[in-house]
Each structure stands twice: as C-alpha cells, then as structure tokens.
Ligand binder design. Structure first.
Ligand code: SF4
Ligand code: SF4
Length: 475
C-alpha cells in the first residue's frame, strides 16, 4: 500500500452537524460553555481508577523518605538530583535526558497504537478537569441544571454554592502547586514555610504560579487547553494512521439517525441504530460530536462510548455503535496491528529503556575531579625536589557520610603534601589543595602521566575511581 493510501482522508468540515459542532470561536465564548454531563460505565471506571492511582502517586512520592531525607528530590538550587540512595549531579543528567526520550517514544508508541489515550486517561489536564467537574456536579447539580441556572440571575443559594466550588477548586490547585514544587524543594519544610511566609521568593512564586495554572486550566480553560494550547494535539496527526485505535462512530450502522419508540421496528422505518439522543455529545469534555467523524479535538476518553452503550442497552440494540476501533475497521477492512512505524517506536523505546537501566546501575556513587594548578607547571623546592600542585575535588553522591583515601600511581617515589584522607558528608563535595614532590634525579622525562585514585574506605568493596593527570619537570 502506498503511503498516500495509508493516510486518513481529510474530512469535509461542512459535514459537521451545526446543531452540535463547537467552532473555535464558540470555545472562547462564555455563553457557549460546555456543560459536561457525568457518565458512568466501563471506560469511565477505568479512567477514574487510573487517575486515582497516578494522582496518589504524584501526591505521595515527595513524602517518601530515604535515610532521613526526601527520597526523590530535584534540588535545582544545589544542582543535585536525589534518587533514593544515589545523588545525581549535572554530569549525570544524560540519565534525565534518557528518561525524557523514553517518555517521548512511549507516547509515540501509545499514540500510534491507541490514539490520544494519554490525553483521555492520564494527562493531568484531563484528570484535574474531571475532578473539578465532580465538585461542580456535587455543588451545583447536573449539567442540565447548571446550564439552566446559569442562564437565570444568581440566587443567594447558588452564589453560596458557587463560592464553595471555587474555594474547593482553589484548595485543590494550591495542593497541586505545593506538591509539584515539593519535587524541587523539600516538601516538609516547604509547606510550613509557605504558610508562615518563610519560603523563598522563588518557591512561593512557583507554588502560586502552579496554583493559578491548575485553577485556570482545569476550572476555566478546560477543552481550550486540549484544542488550542497543547502542542501534542497538533503533532499527533503525524502518528495516526488508518490502523490506529480511536473512538469512532459506525455510520453504516447508525444512519439514518432519528428518534423512535423502543418497540418500533426501526429497520422497517428506514432508520439506523442511532436514536439521536445526543448523549454522546453531552458527555464529551471537548464538546464535539463524534458522529461527525474523527476530529483532532477527540481525546479518546471513551465517555461517549459508555454513553452510547447505555443508550443501546436501553433500546435493546447491540452495544458498540461508538467504540474503540480503527478507520480500516469502520471501512470493513482488516486492521494491521503490527506495522513498521509501531514496531520502530517499540524497538527504540526498549533499547533506550535498556540503556537507562544499564546507566543507572553503573552510575558512579563517588567522583574525583583533578586540576593541575602549578602556575609554571612545576616548582623547585629548597631541597631541590620538583613539586606540582593540584586541586582535588571529592564528590560523595550517596546519602551517607563517607570516608575516602586518595592515592597516586604512575610515578614513584612521589611524596604527598596535604590531606590524603577526607570525610565527605552526604551529597557533599570537599576541595583539597595538595602537592606532589619527587627528587629531580628520579624524573626520567619532562612530562609523566600519573593517575589519582579515590578509594572509598566506608565501602571498600567499591571499585576505586582513577583519574588521569600529569606531573611535569624540567626538560
Ligand atoms: S468524542 Fe468521545 S472519546 Fe472523544 S473526547 Fe469526546 S467523549 Fe471523549
Ligand atoms: S449516544 Fe449513540 S444513539 Fe445517542 S446520539 Fe450518540 S451515537 Fe446516537
């Protein structure tokens, strides 16, 4: 099949149902607000359970402690990343780059296979929006009630309920802001400091910034973020093909749509299975009508699948008029699940994951930097010895205080002037100025390669670190 024929045909936008279709202008029009109707069903249960699991993970991770300090902390101020027993330094940030690359390929893989499932099930924008809608529903009533009461003037009771809703939204937003910043600033001290106005300006600013973003995005912007602001919504089409599982409506089965009585023989009336109840539109968080065909606004959340399945069950029809399917299946063709693009993403993701685990298990838990500092490469001491000076930086990447010993090999007999043993606190660095000296007649060349070794006396089973340097003398 040629590449051209694999592409999803462009839909003629004039076929959108004008009664249900929201234009871009509508989305920014407060009068055209989307009142999302709450829906129960298999996919909504799945979405809610996944949302709870990942939300609890998001909230719980900063509270995990390891050896008396926060187990996972991106300490930007000190340029360290604490991950349980290991502290990563800027030079280890290739690991972080690997994590982002794995996440990107996992997203490409999932999107090619299952469309925008990330958006529908896991994206914080969707998860927080549904949480905010839950509060809206509990405090202001069902979608229909909300639409009706918003068109009338505010009563005292509604004003009070709306105030409560906004307070709940703000509390969630503030909790989200504090939790997010708690990945970068120790969360236990952050919370106390924030509420007593003792937090740093940067920490307070970011807490308030993320509070504002959460409240604005999940409370007010909602589908505008998904449709107009999210870059992923724009480039996803590059990953979609006709074998991608998306939420789709079967027009062959559903049309001609129209109301009918439950007992009527709708086939005899020339009707399809769609009773035009509009439930699939009312539950859609992005306010689209999936019967208009695949649209980039669809976040694959499955709410319309649950809604339509309920209608089908009520009418005694077979479920699945709207379902997770592929364009090929809807055209009556076979779906090719394993295709080169999907396999390619999968292979790259697996290789990167392997590389990540190899790198994390071989990450150095100590490090040594050596800088030759003799201004004129070497100095001659009073007794005629040749001396070179160095700055040694010993880095402890563990979460415990460690004792180290430094040695030098490659030239002998070298005398060591300065500390040769050092104790370094957890995630600390010690800088040591030292000198090495040797009798001139023991130097065979003007330039010798030497190696500084760092031995961990607290964990002698660890391989020593060896760093190449030079010892220079007269020609
Ligand atoms: S069309 Fe269906 S699956 Fe797509 S966003 Fe709307 S409700 Fe969710
Ligand atoms: S929920 Fe199903 S039956 Fe009702 S309008 Fe949507 S597609 Fe038609």
């Amino acid at each position: 099949m040629s590449n051209e024929s694999k592409k999803i045909p462009v839909k003629e936008v004039s076929t959108f149902n004008p009664a249900t279709h929201k234009t871009s202008a509508d989305r920014f029009n407060p009068g055209q607000r989307i009142y999302v109707r709450a829906m129960q069903g298999m996919f909504q249960r799945l979405r809610r359970n996944m949302a709870w699991f990942f939300m609890l993970l998001f909230i719980g991770i900063p509270w995990l402690n390891f050896s008396g300090s926060q187990a996972i902390l991106f300490d930007i101020a000190n340029q360290q990343y604490h991950f349980f027993s290991v502290t990563l330094w800027p030079q280890d940030l290739t690991l972080l780059a690997l994590v982002f690359m794995i996440a990107a390929f996992a997203l490409f893989f999932a999107t090619t296979f299952f469309g925008r499932v990330w958006c529908g099930y896991l994206c914080p924008q969707t998860v927080w929006t549904f949480l905010y809608i839950w509060f809206e529903e509990k405090l202001e009533g069902s979608a229909n009630k909300r639409r009706k009461q918003d068109s009338l003037s505010l009563t005292a009771s509604l004003r009070w309920r709306k105030t409560l809703k906004h307070l709940a939204w703000l509390a969630i937003a503030l909790g989200t802001g504090l939790t997010f910043v708690g990945y970068f600033v120790p969360i236990r001290s952050l919370i106390g400091d924030f509420f007593t106005f003792n937090a740093s300006f940067a920490a307070s600013f970011w807490v308030l910034f993320f509070t504002f973003c959460t409240y604005g995005n999940a409370g007010w912007m909602r589908s505008i973020v998904c449709v107009h602001m999210c870059p992923y919504a724009r480039f996803q089409s590059a990953m979609f093909d006709q074998d991608t599982f998306v939420v789709g409506y079967d027009p062959k089965r559903g049309e001609t749509r129209g109301p009918r009585s439950r007992k009527a023989d709708h086939k005899a009336l020339g009707l399809g299975d769609c009773i035009d109840c509009n439930l699939c539109v009312q539950v859609c968080p992005t306010g689209i009508d999936i019967r208009d065909g695949l649209q980039y606004e669809c976040i694959n959340c499955g709410a319309c699948v649950d809604a339509c399945d309920q209608t089908m069950a009520r009418m005694g029809y077979e479920k699945g008029l709207i379902k997770y399917t592929t364009e090929h299946r809807l055209q009556g063709k076979k779906t090719a699940v394993l295709r080169p693009k999907l396999v390619g993403y999968g292979v790259i993701m697996t290789l990167l994951t392997g590389l990540f685990f190899y790198s994390i298990t071989t990450v150095k838990v100590m490090d040594l930097n050596v800088k030759h500092t003799s201004r004129q490469s070497y100095a001659v001491t009073g007794n005629g010895d040749i001396e070179n000076s160095y700055i040694l930086k010993v880095i402890n990447k563990t979460q415990q205080t460690q004792e180290y010993e430094m040695r030098v090999v490659g030239l002998s007999p070298l005398s060591w002037y300065g500390d040769q043993r050092v104790t370094v606190v957890a995630s600390g660095v010690e800088t040591l100025p030292i000198s090495l000296g040797i009798a001139e007649d023991k130097l065979e060349h003007a330039n010798h390669t030497i190696y500084f070794e760092l031995h961990n006396l607290s964990q002698p089973e660890l391989e020593p670190i060896s760093v190449e340097s030079r010892f220079t003398g007269p020609n």
